[in-house]
Design a protein. Structure first.
Length: 485
């Protein structure tokens, strides 16, 4: 890896690049799935290549290759410089980077059980047992389970002398029970929807979530939803479960704080942001009990946004985003930090693979815990609805008007869950919604959830992000919005 990267750097600098960085990556993935008690997919892939990013004549250039011969690497580095010079013909101003120190380091994410050492047969056996348990419940028409393992090995070299080697192992697992009757379909997922729970860990994640032990309950709820009452429309107090609140943070806080959106360079895919620069340190984003951080450090937990250094060689950091309700921080790169006068990037540049240029991406955007357990919060709620496990989401291109649906809801009366509700949904705008928060559960309820398929950029890049959250309560929120006429 080092020989390839150094060759690319030397070529770029000799061709006139004033800055260059190189990522050599080796990405291995194993994906397994079952459907209705039969293996569905068993696939393994490996991707190796090199990407080089340069500044020449004051503009960016990027090129990549999976042909790791000396001739190919030399051509690729030269092409990156040529692209930069072509880009400079239409630049508005020279690219400037916030300063960063030379770093030489090696880092491996914690992984107790390497998932690639677990036999495929053992993984399939567990998933088939889960399918069988789901199908035992009359009315379940589709049972699906999946596991997803990734090993990402990366070497980063830059023209300022940085030499950073990192290895991450990521594990994901989950399942879903679907019940179909007449013209209605309901589903329940565990531990989360859209692939389950994902973290930067090993196979120990699968063991800790006791997947088989929850299958019966999940199946019963899927079937029960067919006969459940429709979520009412109106204005109610709501309690969001931790995983749903994690996605709420992702969409209504995480994306709006990406500074490239704010500055207009991420406008074509999934929009811009309402959090324009004059709002920093001025906007009362949330109630006083709400504090949210962007934290990529290992101390925060094994999230999908955890690393030691980003793809610009900037160390992982913990950055306040909302502090006691006040909006105080963006996600930045070396370039955007310089554009807004900040002395340093907070280290959020990441690329999906060796053949993609790094973009500002969410790390672990987490709601800090408050006090108490979920049961206590429900007991303290006189009249409301509890929302659990995301089913759908929608938000406009400035990340302002949103609507979410969950798989299941429970009406709360006089401090108790009294009836199951189907097709629950709620909506609002971020500042009104977050300012209505009057309770956040404590660290005993806090989970660092993984969102494995966050899309951004053109060509689109899919990245994993993390979102720590405890259940929380919000007052007077519009509910039933997805089914209003």
């Amino acid at each position: 890896m080092r020989e390839f990267a150094q060759l690319a750097l030397d070529t770029a600098v000799s061709r006139g690049a004033t800055y260059a960085d190189v990522r050599v990556m080796d990405i291995r993935q194993r994906y397994l799935s079952t459907k209705n008690n039969q293996p569905s997919q068993v696939r393994e892939s490996q991707s190796q290549g090199l990407g080089i990013r340069v500044i020449a004549d004051g503009a960016w250039g990027f090129a990549s290759t999976d042909d790791l011969s000396r001739a190919s690497i030399d051509r690729t580095a030269a092409q990156a410089v040529e692209i930069a010079r072509a880009s400079s013909l239409c630049k508005r101003e020279d690219v400037e980077l916030a300063p960063e120190d030379k770093i030489v380091d090696r880092w491996s994410a914690a992984c107790r059980i390497d998932p690639f050492t677990v036999p495929v047969s053992a993984c399939l056996d567990l998933m088939l047992k889960i399918d069988a348990e789901l199908l035992k419940v009359q009315g379940v028409t589709l049972a699906e389970a999946a596991m997803d393992f990734r090993r990402i090995e990366q070497l980063f070299l830059s023209s300022i002398g940085s030499d950073i080697y990192q290895i991450k192992t990521q594990t994901g697992a989950g399942y879903v029970a679907t019940a179909f009757a007449g013209n209605e379909i309901q589903r329940r997922s565990y531990p989360n929807s859209f692939g389950g729970q994902h973290q930067t860990r090993g196979y120990e994640l699968v063991e800790e979530w006791d997947l088989l032990g929850h299958a019966g309950r999940i199946a019963e709820e899927a079937v029960g939803l067919l006969q459940a009452d429709q979520c009412p429309m109106g204005e109610r107090d709501i309690v969001l479960g931790g995983s749903q609140l994690g996605l709420q943070v992702h969409e209504s806080v995480g994306h709006p704080i990406e500074l490239d959106r704010v500055l207009g360079t991420e406008a074509n895919f999934a929009g811009m942001s309402f959090l324009t620069l004059e709002k920093l340190n001025m906007l009362k984003y949330a109630s006083d009990i709400v504090s949210i951080v962007a934290d990529a450090t290992a101390a925060h937990g094994p999230g999908l946004g955890t690393f030691a250094y980003d793809d610009e060689g900037v160390p992982a950091q913990s950055t306040p985003i909302i502090k006691d309700g006040l909006f105080v921080g963006y996600l930045t790169s070396r370039e955007t930090a310089a554009q807004v006068g900040q002395p340093r990037s907070n280290g959020t540049m990441r690329a999906e693979s060796w053949n993609r240029i790094p973009l500002i991406r969410m790390t672990n955007i987490s709601l800090l815990p408050g006090k108490g357990r979920l049961d206590d919060l429900i007991a303290d709620t006189e009249d409301g609805i509890y929302f659990e496990t995301n089913r759908s989401w929608s938000i406009d291109d400035r990340r302002y008007n949103f609507q979410f649906g969950t798989e299941i809801g429970w009406e709360i009366k006089h401090g108790k869950k009294v009836r199951m509700l189907k097709n629950p949904s709620y909506g609002g705008i971020p500042t009104e919604f977050w300012n209505s928060c009057d309770a956040v559960c404590g660290p005993e309820e806090w989970v660092l959830w993984g969102t494995p398929h966050c899309g951004k950029g053109q060509p689109m890049q899919t990245m994993g992000t993390g979102h720590g959250a405890s259940p929380a309560r919000f007052r007077k929120v519009k509910v039933g919005v997805a089914y209003s006429s």
